[in-house]
Design a protein around this ligand. Structure first.
Ligand code: PRP
Ligand code: URA
Length: 209
């Protein structure tokens, strides 16, 4: 699939394995989500535009590359996507942050919108949408539709774990979006949870349930 990158770095895989472990507690889980987001962001942002700027070193003046263009926007899908935001902001501290609130109906597993606040204007920004879990793909596909309806164009989506079904649905709904995934798992179960997955990401990040 074009525009789909599965990141297979050993450091990333190791940290994802720690996330999966049900013995991993809230504090460690939260730190791991942030570290993984930073490692994934490093790769996902390798095409950010740069331009040469004049800098005076202690030795001499030189032209040297700096990030160019409009500032990045990070858009976590609430709640669990919030856990990844700090990892991207550690890389690009000047990024703007938008929020999209979606929850899955427990019966139908379809997403329902409850919040949307995005940086304005958003047209010229590179937008990184974060959510650790890409299960049916409904939440990610809807969030990206909302961003496009607000004028967003250059959109990247980052998930730590994806189900094959969700990856296919998201790619088919938004073939122009660059998707970055840490691992593709086996399948969804009857409750639309990813197997083997890591359980409910939002509950594990925030210590709820
Ligand atoms: C989870 C997860 C994704 C969504 C993935 O959120 O963080 O947003 O489910 O499922 P999908 O691909 O089938 O749409 P949830 O709805 O549980 O909300 P929460 O983050 O507030 O717990
Ligand atoms: N949301 C989660 O948090 N985990 C899953 O496995 C599926 C959806």
């Amino acid at each position: 699939m074009t525009n789909v990158t599965i990141l297979d770095h050993p450091l990333l895989q190791h940290k994802i394995s720690l996330l999966r472990d049900k013995a991993t507690g809230t504090q460690e889980f939260r730190s791991l989500i942030e570290e993984i987001a930073m490692l994934m962001g490093y790769e996902a942002l390798r095409d950010l535009p740069v331009e040469d700027k004049e800098i005076e070193t202690p030795i001499e003046t030189c032209m040297t590359p700096m990030l160019a263009g409009k500032k990045l926007a990070v858009v976590p899908i609430l709640r669990a996507g919030l856990g990844m935001t700090g990892g991207i902001l550690a890389l690009v501290p000047s990024a703007k942050v938008g929020h999209i609130g979606l929850y899955r109906d427990p019966e139908t597993h379809e997403p329902h919108e409850y919040y949307c606040k995005l940086p304005n204007p958003i047209e010229q920004r590179t937008i990184v949408v974060t959510d650790p879990m890409l299960a049916t793909g409904g939440s990610a596909a809807d969030a990206i539709t909302m961003i496009k309806n607000h004028g967003g164009k250059k959109i990247k989506f980052m998930a730590i774990i994806a189900a094959p079904e969700g990856l296919k649905r998201l790619h088919e709904a938004h073939p122009d979006v660059q998707i970055y995934v840490g691992h593709v798992d086996r399948c969804l179960n009857e409750n639309a949870y990813i197997c083997p997955g890591l359980g409910d990401a939002g509950d594990r990040i925030f210590g709820t349930k």
